[in-house]
Ligand binder design. Structure first.
Ligand code: AMP
Ligand code: GLY
Length: 359
């Protein structure tokens, strides 16, 4: 097989997908748009998926990897996701009345909000301030205490192929009250206890059964944001795509051919060690990042750099977004490699988290 593959999207996650696809023996070349004769389209971000572009291109005869419009509501409507879970016996946080005054509680806007529609609030004043800012409708759910993992799965139309658990760091700093971002770093695998592993397998079987029972008829990625609480996994959210930056760490640890996993039903296999990613962002992120800094990258063969928000001009690169670079390494202690590298990057207004580690 020799495929022309188009990857929709332009962030660090999509760079990592292109990198993995271009290493595949099944790939002839990466093409820029479906019209360039693509044999396969892989969708990266949620927006085109939720806007129905998978259905659109499938109807035109293209092979697509991306969740269809119907199931994209698992991400675009948190209430749709809640119904899906409740109907299929999947554990999730309980809904509370909107006026509930049990704190902490979690406020969630229903639509796509790029990670900004959810907040854990600790008192009425915080709740009022947040609910004034977010789109309606919103709902309130109980607060679950525990540690979180991200599990990404590929539904191949018949069954789920699951990638190893990853963990992302959503907050801007180590302060639990600092804002949620699109992700400041990630690592995989996450070491789980035997009971956590068993319960995870049970959950993933339930998810597979739920998709089949509800008539899922697509090939695409489903991301489960899970929290270990009260001795079981609870779903906090679904995304209908690979996570960013979780995708980068999984694909860098993958030892076999990514397209063979997607097309030939191969089970994912992994290299030894841990895979980590650190986001280099711009001061002011997430609200108002400084743009336009020239960036000079050190040479280090241990580190892979994916561009997230960068523009090139006359052979130089400049910061051009909130999340600027996604730097990745695989080793026994990858965050120390990445911190050392991030320190050496020349970019006037860079910020990155230097506290995150594997735990
Ligand atoms: P979500 O976009 O729904 O994953 O929410 C973003 C983050 O908010 C999650 O990664 C959690 O850290 C936190 N969160 C969401 N829902 C809950 C909950 N019910 N209990 C505790 N934390 C939550
Ligand atoms: N890292 C979480 C996400 O991609 O939404």
């Amino acid at each position: 097989m020799s495929l022309k593959v188009c990857v929709i999207g332009s962030g660090a996650r999509e760079e990592a997908i292109k990198d993995a696809v271009s290493r595949s023996v099944l790939c002839e070349k990466i093409v820029e748009t479906p019209e360039d004769g693509a044999d396969l389209i892989i969708f990266g971000p949620e927006q085109p998926i939720c806007d129905g572009f998978v259905d659109y291109y499938k109807a035109k005869g293209f092979q697509c990897i991306g969740v269809d419009k119907k199931f994209s509501r698992l991400e675009s409507s948190k209430l749709f996701a809640k119904k899906f879970m409740v109907n299929n016996g999947i554990k999730c946080a309980k809904l509370l009345p909107v006026e509930s005054n049990i704190f902490p509680q979690v406020v969630k806007a229903d639509g796509l909000c790029k990670g900004k529609g959810v907040k854990v609030v600790y008192n009425q004043a915080e709740k009022d301030e947040f609910t004034r800012k977010i789109p309606k409708p919103y709902f309130i759910e109980e607060f679950l205490d525990g540690s979180e993992i991200s599990v990404m799965s590929y539904f191949n139309g018949e069954k789920l192929v699951n990638f190893c658990p990853a963990r992302d760091f959503k907050r801007l700093t180590s302060d639990i009250k600092s804002p949620n971002t699109g992700g400041m770093g990630a690592y995989c695998p996450v070491d789980l206890s035997e009971i956590q592993r068993q319960k995870l397998n049970k959950y993933l079987n339930l998810l597979q059964t739920a998709l089949l029972n509800e008539g899922a008829d697509f090939k695409g990625f489903i991301y489960s944001g899970l929290i270990w609480s009260r001795g079981d996994w609870y779903v906090l959210e679904y995304n209908v795509r690979l996570g960013d930056p979780e995708c980068q760490v999984i694909l860098n640890l993958l030892d076999n051919d990514f397209l063979s996993v997607l097309i030939n039903n191969e089970e994912p296999e992994y290299k030894n060690g841990y895979s980590a990613c650190l986001t280099v962002a711009a001061e002011g992120y997430p609200d108002d990042p400084v743009k336009g800094d020239e960036i000079l990258l050190p040479d280090d063969e241990r580190v892979k750099v994916y561009f997230a928000g960068v523009k090139s001009e006359n052979g130089k690169i400049y910061s051009n977004g909130g999340r600027v670079l996604s730097i990745c390494a695989v080793s026994e202690n990858p965050f120390s490699v990445l911190r050392e590298y991030a320190e050496k990057i020349q970019m006037e207004h860079k910020i990155f988290r230097n506290d995150i580690n594997i735990f």
